[in-house]
Design a protein around this ligand. Structure first.
Ligand SMILES: [Zn+2]
Length: 147
């Protein structure tokens, strides 16, 4: 049993999650599993070209931990390329930051999302819970956790 990991932040889930060698000798199930966090480490370091310290901050880990995640990603990809294994990107506890736009109610403390929310539109809205017009415009980062 591994010890529980801290949630690693990623900007978004990858668009492509399975790659396999085009070869007749490829055996089904012969694959390496790259975690979503390991993919994010590769993306931040080698595509966004950020420093390890910047990457570590963005992913909510220490710099030595980021270095280990990146190293593991390199090892897995190298193994796949060398031995003709498929690469599957899956799993690992991650958090995706999403923007929450909506309103909050000062009467009942209800908060709800509304894509068209703004300081101006606020005047024409009432709280869906208590019908109060005593509202505030709300914009914040929301963390969506996935495992
Ligand atoms: Zn309310």
């Amino acid at each position: 049993m591994g010890r529980p990991h801290r949630i690693r932040y990623v900007e978004r889930f990858p668009d492509f999650t399975y790659f396999k060698p085009q070869s007749d000798s490829f055996k089904k199930g012969f694959e390496v599993i790259l975690t979503v966090a390991e993919f994010e480490a590769l993306r931040l370091k080698h595509h966004e070209r950020k420093t390890q310290i910047e990457c570590a901050e963005l992913m909510n880990v220490s710099q030595p931990t980021f270095s280990r995640i990146l190293d593991l990603a390199h090892k897995k990809i190298t193994e796949a390329l060398l031995h003709g294994k498929a690469i599957r990107i899956a799993g690992g506890p991650i958090g995706i930051k999403k923007l929450f736009i909506g309103y909050g109610c000062l009467n009942c403390f209800n908060e709800w999302q509304d894509g068209k929310a703004s300081e101006i539109n606020k005047e024409s809205v009432v709280c869906p819970e208590c019908n109060s017009k005593n509202l505030y415009f709300l914009k914040k980062d929301m963390l969506q956790q996935m495992t």
